[in-house]
Design a protein around this ligand. Structure first.
Ligand code: FRU
Length: 588
């Protein structure tokens, strides 16, 4: 029977079979592979159907299940299954519903190399991206022994959302990242959704003093909370053998545990997204959890599901306030995904929000989602450091990069500021970002009496730069500046003092038609003032604008056919002036 499968015979040749190929009634192919090289390479077609791969490794108690878009009509790119540790052993792969994917089946091969174009057009220079494959939320960020760990929602087997692992990278300076192998892989409880990591200094869980403990959602038939630990600086994680630690209470959306040690109540606190609320749990040991309270009914935005919450203290004028970040999708101020926050008090059991004009948004751009903060930052540093996923569920799976999908925002420090009316959470690039600064070019102060093109200075920046300036509106009500290239593709930053808003227009920013919701003009409220400080970070395919040291932030991605190399100041009515204008080249 196996000899009848012509396509699969080819597969047998390419991947060197030692066993018999079987074809079952649902057109599954099962194959025993003698592993001779480091990787099994699988050809992918972005728009092909996902096929179920069941892989039995010699050392594993349960098979690994993957969903892979095996090429049907064309090969867009390749993914690898790393089998280095099984060389000279047999691995069994079963692929279901292969009838339309002969091309893919026939091209699966073994190889010692996995090559792809890393420096593709939209790969940023100083923003974190996965080396290849799909990435969404930042997870498990923890500082330990001189390293900032960044885990992330990761699909190593394709550039669309699927097969959720925790990818992993470390940095000693929040600027340069070293890729490490995926840290936690799916198992029979489900795939590995978002969560957090803590350092268990006092060995409350019994996994060892200073073990890094990851707390994540197991997303299978239902969502439950699980833990895994590492005693080797996060290089290897062992899943706790009595997972899950919190079973599902009958709520479908029950995920994204963020945990911290709360000194006053002497326990671990977990903040968990539960449908359209946040539920707090307490634990002495990270293993047994007690439900403490629930927050969210009737407050803030409920236009979508609540996800990725984070609760932490910040100081303001000598007092401690508690901030609760809650990401929401859809229902952001400019459609799709965004992160709202609440400011209030937490007593070890209950979070009480101060009466403020909710919803309040951390970032009004379309591309900062699911962000949370690092744990275990040393006291002598004391910062609350945040990073977000620089995309939006509206179109994240369709953005036109090839070998990887999406980047993180720059790491940002969160602080409490008073905006003249009430407290807000400001976010501003961490000081380490300044170390990227190279050559500084200054431009003389400009009074903008007519639309003015500044061509020369961005020419040498290759779409990777920082722009700082002070804006004085004078008589102008509608004015601003654009980043542009020679094809007149542009991102426009528009101040509209009549509407008391700032907008970022990316409707003409090049490739926008990959998704109907991409071309848009997100806006943020802006208080009237005689002076605005602007800091803009650009990195090939993104802009992050910080007004007044992070009081207002808009993060947006864009896909131009060539880099921005022109800066244009425009006015629609009265004169305005741009002062202290400087441009830094940024490089790693
Ligand atoms: C947020 C989110 C989380 C979930 C993860 C799955 O972007 O939906 O709620 O854990 O992504 O990848």
């Amino acid at each position: 029977m196996c000899r009848n499968l012509i396509g699969f015979l080819l597969l047998s040749v390419l991947i060197i079979s030692t066993g018999c190929n079987k074809k079952s009634t649902n057109e599954a192919i099962q194959h025993q592979l003698k592993i001779e090289k480091n990787y099994i390479l699988i050809p992918i077609q972005e728009k092909a159907d996902e096929l179920k791969f069941t892989i039995h490794y010699p050392d594993a108690s349960e098979p690994e299940i993957l969903w892979i878009r095996l090429a049907q009509q064309q090969i867009d790119y390749w993914v690898k299954i790393d089998v280095t540790k099984f060389i000279n052993q047999s691995v069994s792969i079963e692929i279901e519903n292969t009838h339309r994917a002969e091309l893919g089946v026939n091209n699966i091969k073994q190889s010692d190399k996995f090559e792809f174009e890393y420096h593709e057009q939209f790969r940023p220079v100083y923003h974190f991206t996965p080396q290849y494959g799909w990435m969404n939320d930042p997870n498990g960020m923890v500082y330990f022994d001189g390293e900032y760990h960044l885990f992330f929602q990761y699909n190593p087997y394709g550039n669309r959302w699927q097969n959720m692992h925790w990818g992993h990278a470390v940095s000693t300076d929040l600027v340069s990242w070293t890729y490490l192998p995926p840290a936690i892989a799916p198992d029979s409880l489900g795939s590995i959704f978002s969560g957090s990591a803590v350092v268990d200094k006092n060995n409350t869980a019994g996994f060892g003093e200073n073990a890094i403990v990851a707390i994540y959602t197991s997303a299978g038939k239902e969502q439950t909370q699980s833990i895994a630990y590492s005693t080797d600086k996060g290089r290897n994680f062992t899943k706790y053998n009595s997972n899950p630690v919190i079973p599902n209470p009958g709520i479908w959306d029950f995920r994204d545990p963020k945990v911290f040690w709360h000194n006053t109540s002497n326990q671990w606190i977990m903040t968990l997204a539960t449908k359209q609320s946040v539920t707090f749990y307490g634990s002495p040991d990270l293993k047994s959890w007690t439900r403490l309270s629930e927050f969210g009914n009737g407050i803030g935005s409920h236009a979508g599901v609540w996800e990725c919450p984070d609760l932490f203290p910040l100081r303001y004028q000598g007092k401690t306030k508690w901030v609760l970040i809650v990401s929401i999708n859809p229902g952001g101020p400019n459609h799709g995904s965004a992160s709202q926050y609440f400011i209030g008090n937490f007593d070890g059991k209950t979070f009480t929000a101060d009466p403020l004009p909710y919803p309040l948004w951390l970032d009004y751009g379309r591309d900062n989602y699911a962000g949370v903060t690092w744990s275990n930052i040393p006291e002598n540093d004391g910062r609350r450091i945040f990073i977000g996923w620089m995309s939006n569920w509206d179109y994240a799976n369709d953005v036109p990069s090839l070998n990887f999908r999406s980047a993180m925002t720059v790491p940002r420090e969160l602080t409490l500021l008073h905006n003249g009316k009430h407290l807000i959470v400001a976010s501003y690039p961490v000081a380490e970002i300044n170390t990227l600064r190279g050559k500084k070019t200054k431009i003389a102060n400009k009074t903008i009496t007519t639309t003015t093109l500044v061509e020369s200075i961005l020419k040498e920046q290759f779409g990777v730069f920082e722009l700082n300036m002070t804006i004085k509106p004078q008589q102008a009500k509608i004015f601003g500046f654009s980043l542009m290239n020679e094809s007149k593709e542009k991102v426009k930053f528009i101040f509209d003092l009549n509407q008391r808003s700032i907008m970022v227009d990316r409707k003409e920013s090049g490739m926008t038609d990959f998704h109907p919701n991409f071309a848009s003009i997100p806006f943020a409220p802006l208080s009237l003032s005689n002076i605005y400080h602007v800091r803009l970070l650009v990195d090939k395919a993104s802009s992050e604008i910080f007004i007044n040291e992070g009081e207002i932030v808009l993060t947006n991605i864009h896909f131009t056919s060539s880099q921005f190399n022109q800066l244009e100041f425009f006015k629609e009515d009265g004169h305005w002036s741009a002062e202290d204008i400087s441009i830094y080249e940024l490089k790693r």
